[in-house]
Design a protein around this ligand. Sequence first.
Ligand code: KMH
Ligand code: ZN
Length: 280
Amino acid sequence: MTTGTLITVAPTGAESAKAEVPALPVTLDELLLTAKECEALGAAVIHVHIRDDEARPTLDQGRLRETVTALRESTDLVVQLSSGGAVTDPEADRLAVLDAGPDMASCTMGTLNFGDDVFLNRWEFIVDLHTRMQERGIVPEYEIFDLGHLTALQRLLGKYGLPAGGHVHVDFVMGVPGGMPGTTPALVAAHQALRDLPEGTTFSATGIGRSTIPVMLASLSAGGHLRVGMEDTVTYAKGRPVESNMQLVARAVGFAQLAQRPPLTTAEARGLLGVPAAGR
Ligand code: KMH
Ligand code: ZN
């Protein structure tokens, strides 16, 4: 069944430096402004990485809590914290992200080379993340960087049961050097592999860098949802740096409307993902 399009904005990430990408939102005020504007355009979920006073990635617990509270006060967006952090973050800090009480958190389904680094996601760590989220009613978004990550997810759900909310939602993160490429054939392969997951599993997709547009078009045509933002894309077109996250969300909304699958509201997104209604 084709539905409207869930649009997630990933505005900051942990990889780009503010000095090199001045438009990157790194302070709480910048993040809140971006969040409000992206919500007004049609985003329903925000995937959040935060920065410290020097704009370096941090998993500081106080800042995370403050960020979740502030996003809830100023928007109706579904607040999804990254448990991936930066490649240098220790497992204990990544697990502690859940203590900040987000609606959702990411859960990457395996280890991969990440450019010149390694993004470590041991099986026991994944199990810890999944089961703690179950206990606390935090809805996971399973991050799939490669096809084998879907096999790992099938194993996880078979052994430990469905996530909080009962609905399975995955995000194909495509085009990371070390993961699956950001191409239509790769998306089709990943989409087909969803048949081994519970019925009704939904997916979104994001293509890193220049794969953003092919992945967006392929995802929409396959019935998938979209993630866009400066975490994944800092060049809008050849020779044109992204000016703001709003520019990327606006483009995604335009594509979704062309596909006659307009953006889901935040309330519809909560219904789709199994996230409880907003409390404000
Ligand atoms: N920054 C990457 C190492 C996630 O947010 O869960 C991990 C990442 C995935 O961005
Ligand atoms: Zn992330």
